[in-house]
Design a protein around this ligand. Structure first.
Ligand code: PEP
Ligand code: CO
Length: 442
């Protein structure tokens, strides 16, 4: 294989890239980005790799979740706190019910670029470039807003850094301290999840007991580990955040702790895989209906030649009606190799439907059905499911149907806010976490 550099991807075909009108303007923006400080540090990435390696061995469980696409306008304290809160609540449910420590990774602080099925869309009588995420263009359907704007690369960096700063301040400031019940409440306006209240009471009782014995250090409970991730889609941006780390004599992407490659951009001879093979971060790979066993094994050989635990997380996303046929041949192919992968399940992207009124939606029951089958298929084939990857928000949105609130298609219009795919709301997410915890125990 040819020598890797942070820009060697430029010699390979790159899917899903916007066309920038002015090369000089793009280069000026990238030059600025290359000089800005990194968002995360290698030490944190090494730590995450270690935790994911343990998850691959079945000792931990990965919870990865957040928006389909973050929007600059939603970079607010409420939205950030809401997402952190729901992920923490879910991790309490998973740790308590599933009996495993949880590795928390947000789709946050950089999830600003989206792959699209078509490069343009028809709005009224205009053919406009599709919205590709705030990193690239704006959602408003006008020719000016849909232009790929290089200034957005810097805006994305600064929004990611503001988000991360707030996440870090919250976690250093004891946001996750279980001794503060008010911080653990579900957001107003959402339904009750009775199992959550009981779990929280039990967790607090256990803590009181351990503290009485002098067995837990209070600051260990107040600090939280929380990592960031996004899809490595817009390669010039990712390249600009790729930095040489002399200590390890290698390159890291210091724009997020972990990155994943999407279903549409994981061609073996494509630019995205070329870029990802050279960075030291843990890498996620979405695995959907187009993946063959041969392709998957070749991808693993390329991304993880050293067979290092924690390096690759395979994220299956087939849909509830396809997973049964599609997953087992891939599990078998991976088992025939000695790649120590972590398997996760994204039960969202294979279960999209359109409501009669034209909303993109997903049903709680279908999401649950895919997860249930994923756990069972892994068990039946001598493998294990070590994580989940979910699109969610802390807000009381109405984007997915089902759950105990009983949201129906008629409810979707009430609070449908996503600029991209439909997300589970706070209550649905927490309910899902309790159901996943049951499945973890088998
Ligand atoms: C996503 O995670 O938002 C996404 C687009 O997923 P996939 O590449 O699996 O379709
Ligand atoms: Co999505």
């Amino acid at each position: 294989m040819a020598l890797w550099t942070p820009h060697s991807w430029q010699h390979f075909p790159a899917q899903q890239q916007p066309v920038y009108g002015d090369a000089a303007e793009l280069e000026a923006s990238l030059a600025r980005l290359r000089r800005l400080p990194p968002l995360v540090v290698p030490e944190e990435i090494r730590r995450l790799r270690g935790l994911l390696a343990e998850a691959a061995l079945g000792r931990r469980f990965l919870l990865q979740g957040g928006d389909c696409a973050e929007a600059f306008k939603d970079c607010t304290s409420e939205a950030i706190e809401g997402k952190l809160r729901v992920l923490l609540q879910m991790s309490v449910a998973l740790t308590h019910g599933g009996r495993k420590p949880v590795v928390r990774v947000g789709r946050i602080a950089g999830q600003f670029a989206k792959p699209r099925s078509k490069p343009t869309e028809r709005v009224g009588d205009q053919e406009l470039p599709s919205y590709r995420g705030d990193l690239i263009n704006g959602l408003e359907p006008s020719a000016a807003t849909r232009r790929a704007d290089p200034a957005r690369l810097q805006e994305a960096y600064f929004h990611a850094s503001a988000t991360l700063n707030h996440l870090r301040a919250l976690s250093a400031g004891g946001f996750a301290d279980l001794h503060h019940p008010e911080r653990w409440e579900l957001p107003g306006g959402t339904g009750e999840v009775p199992a959550y209240r009981r779990t929280l009471d039990q967790v607090r009782e256990s803590l009181d007991f351990l503290e009485a014995l002098g067995g837990v250090q209070r600051d260990a409970l107040e600090r939280i580990d929380f990592f960031t991730s996004h899809e490595a889609l817009l390669l010039p941006y990712e390249e600009a955040l790729t930095r040489w780390v002399a200590e390890d004599s290698t390159y890291y992407n210091l724009g997020a702790h972990t990155l994943w490659v999407g279903e549409r951009t994981r061609q073996l001879d494509g630019a995205h895989i070329e870029y990802l093979r050279g960075i030291r971060n843990p890498i996620g790979v979405k695995v959907g209906p187009s993946a063959t066993p041969e392709h998957l094994v070749a991808l693993l050989d390329c991304l993880d030649p050293g067979r290092e635990p924690g390096r690759v997380t395979l994220i299956s996303r087939f849909g509830a009606t396809r997973i049964q046929a599609a997953l087992p041949p891939l599990l078998a192919a991976v088992q025939r190799t000695d790649h120590p992968v972590l398997w996760s399940c994204d039960p969202m992207h294979g279960n999209g439907t359109e409501s009669a009124s034209g909303y993109k939606t997903r049903d709680f029951g279908a999401i649950l059905a895919e997860l249930r089958q994923a756990f069972e298929l892994h068990r039946a084939h001598g493998s294990h499911l070590g994580g989940v990857h979910i699109e969610l928000t802390g807000e009381a949105v109405t984007e997915c149907t089902g759950g105990t609130e009983g949201l129906s298609e008629a409810d979707l219009a009430r609070a449908y806010e996503t600029g991209c795919d439909p997300r589970l709301n706070g209550t649905q997410s927490l309910e899902m976490a309790f159901l996943i915890a049951e499945m973890m125990r088998g």
